[in-house]
Design a protein around this ligand. Structure first.
Ligand SMILES: Cc1cc2nc3c(=O)[nH]c(=O)nc-3n(C[C@H](O)[C@H](O)[C@H](O)COP(=O)(O)O)c2cc1C
Ligand code: SF4
Length: 611
């Protein structure tokens, strides 16, 4: 009886704590993702009760809140550990740098099964998609903060720090030190813009001429698709709506890409200036920076840059009013940062807009395009971080300066995130038209078997094509360049990409939802030496189907690594095939892996033979 009343009073206290916390979080910001982040951080999960409370406070259907919690990888319905550790399983910082093996090591040391929370609630360990630290060796996130250059010696120390419940502030500071790693700089990275310089140049020119300057510069989107930035701004400006919006795409989820990370870190003023110029041209009063959840550690820095710009009169109500440039007192513009929650698909612009609206990141049917029907159905420009930074430089220095670099159809420069088998991983900025061979020479890559240009959704090439050039006419890239030496198992790389796409498919359309899983399973079978010629042919057929029939860019590119590898490196598949007509798909031995982990047994008797 007494125990019951203690239990009831504890439950009542928890409920009241939850209620007041959620009421305060919703009052501070009514944005669903922001509130859910706050609840997840405070209570280590988002319970059903919490989801109901959030729905009531934000006046949303419970089903919407529940669906959002289900959708994003960084929200959980069951409690995570007080130390929630996520190892990047990206090809560069997870597989090649040994991150996934280090995860297994740490899980063993702490007696926790990967993907689960330890019974005492102290720690949970899991894998996550690329966290954008591919130039820093193996990397992980602990409670959202990156720890870089992880090695076996650090694993023992991390295990001890966790067991001793040492606050992160007392962990070695060097572990958290993320460098810019700029190896070659060019047009954009040669210098850091002084806050206000580009805006003042734009004001002197006026909105019409600034737009013309951006069009004349030939600037094309740096996020991958390469649409003319000036034309995008023009279409949006001309579109009818109650309000216009500017959105900066800082989702940077393509594995092997980390160039926006350094722009956000060291060139935030130029980025915000580019967004403000876009707002002035299209007539927007509100902008959003959609920051990937993996870069949440950059949030305080970005907030402080925004705050400083407001103080300087470069942002907020009546921009320039305080600096004597107030010839346009009508121009008010401010920028809000919304942090994503671990979903690669939210980099796709229409999925990102859904996410900004507090929904699951499901790509919309297009047309209509965001320039006419974007955020809240209103005309919206979505541009990549690098695009806005380039626009700020163009507003300051003019279109001729920008066109002086690059090629006819691809003006200016491109930032590359180089990782993998090379001596100097990091950021390389080149004029468009640079050859792959030049990049490989500069980053100290020798004995190279293959290069993945543009991340898993891009193009895989071999040495016969290293004279090809980076440009919108030849090899396009959003900024990722991964190098694989001849010592690498290329099939393992392709398998890793297939796991990525199967995990990140949003599930809306069947060709992608089912197809990416079937491709992953087929590759697993071949890589484990149980695939037949029939499996290979089936996989090729499936790859074409996924490419042709998927709804959005994720599905349409998910099979690229497989198709490229089949065309350029058929031997990596063929040498693994068995000469039989048929082999079962189900691998009994692999199915026992979790049981082996739980029982901490990996001896011969803990394995089953298929034959
Ligand atoms: C699956 C998928 C993921 C994407 N991820 C990003 C991203 O992380 N960053 C980005 O700028 N564009 C990304 N894009 C492209 C955007 O949809 C959009 O084209 C881009 O943000 C437009 O900006 P830009 O014109 O400056 O390139 C992605 C597209 C797809 C299909
Ligand atoms: S292609 Fe994939 S990611 Fe795109 S809508 Fe279909 S299921 Fe979602």
């Amino acid at each position: 009886m007494r125990n019951d009343s203690i239990t009831n009073s504890n439950a009542a206290k928890t409920t009241s704590l939850l209620r007041s916390f959620i009421a305060a979080a919703c009052a501070e910001s009514p944005h669903l993702l922001r509130v859910l982040h706050a609840v997840q951080q405070q209570f280590l999960h988002i319970s059903d009760q919490a989801a109901h409370e959030v729905a009531a406070h934000l006046d949303l259907p419970y089903s919407q809140v529940d669906a959002v919690v289900e959708f994003y990888s960084f929200f959980h319905k069951n409690p995570r550990g007080r130390y929630d550790i996520l190892f990047s399983n990206c090809t560069s910082c997870g597989y090649m740098a040994g991150g996934v093996d280090l995860m297994t090591m740490l899980a063993r040391r702490l007696g926790v099964v990967a993907g689960k929370t330890r019974n005492d609630g102290l720690v949970s360990i899991d894998q996550t998609s690329c966290i954008g630290m591919c130039d820093h060796g193996a990397a992980l996130l602990v409670n959202g903060v990156p720890v870089v250059r992880v090695d076996a010696a650090m694993i023992t120390r991390i295990a001890n720090l966790v067991e001793a419940e040492t606050p992160l502030a007392d962990w070695p500071a060097g572990w958290f030190y993320v460098e810019d790693n700029i190896c070659v700089s060019g047009l954009l990275l040669n210098d850091v813009l002084t806050a206000g310089d580009s805006l003042h140049a734009m004001l002197a020119r006026g909105a019409d001429d600034t737009l013309n300057e951006i069009i004349q510069s030939g600037l094309r989107g740096r996020g991958g698709a390469g649409f003319s930035t000036g034309m995008k701004w023009k279409f949006c400006r001309e579109a009818q709506g109650d309000a216009h919006y500017v959105v900066c795409n800082a989702d940077e989820g393509e594995p092997g890409t980390f160039k926006d990370r350094i722009l956000l870190h060291s060139h935030a003023d130029a980025l915000f200036e580019g967004m403000t110029e876009c707002a002035y041209v299209i007539g927007a009063e509100q902008g959003f920076l959609y920051l990937r959840g993996e870069y949440r550690y950059l949030l305080p820095h970005l907030q402080s840059v925004l705050a400083r710009r407001r103080e300087l009169g470069l942002l907020g109500a009546d921009i320039f009013g305080q600096t004597g440039f107030s010839f346009d007192p009508e121009f008010d513009f401010d920028i809000e940062i919304v942090v994503g929650a671990g979903a690669y698909i939210c980099g796709e612009e229409s999925a990102m807009i859904e996410s900004l609206e507090g929904k699951r990141g499901i790509p919309r049917l297009r047309p209509p395009f965001p320039v006419t029907h974007g955020y809240l159905g209103q005309p919206t420009v979505v541009n990549n971080v690098e695009t806005f930074v380039a626009a700020a430089h163009i507003a300051l220095r003019g279109s001729a300066w920008f066109r002086s670099a690059g090629t006819g159809s691809s003006a200016g420069s491109k930032l590359l995130s180089v990782s993998g088998d090379c001596a100097k991983p990091g950021i390389y900025e080149y004029p468009f038209g640079v050859s792959i061979r030049q990049v490989l020479d500069d980053c100290g890559a020798t004995d190279v078997l293959a290069v993945q240009v543009g991340g898993p959704s891009g193009t895989l090439i071999g040495s016969a094509e290293f004279n090809r050039r980076l440009s919108f006419d030849d090899l396009q890239t959003g900024g990722s360049l991964m190098v694989f030496s001849r010592a690498r198992d290329l099939l393992a790389v392709i398998v890793n990409f297939a796991y990525f796409f199967a995990h990140e498919s949003c599930g809306l359309c069947t060709p992608c939802r089912v197809g990416t899983s079937l491709l992953r399973n087929g590759l697993d079978k071949i890589a484990s030496g149980r695939g037949t010629r029939y499996d290979l042919d089936e996989m090729q057929r499936m790859a074409m189907l996924v490419k042709r029939r998927s709804h959005c860019g994720l599905g349409q590119t998910a099979a690229n690594p497989i198709l490229d590898a089949l065309q350029r490196f058929p031997q990596v598949f063929e040498k693994r095939l068995v000469l039989r007509e048929f082999e079962p798909h189900f691998n009994m031995d692999a199915a026992l892996e979790e049981a082996r982990q739980i029982s901490q047994r990996d001896d011969a008797a803990a394995h089953l033979s298929q034959t």
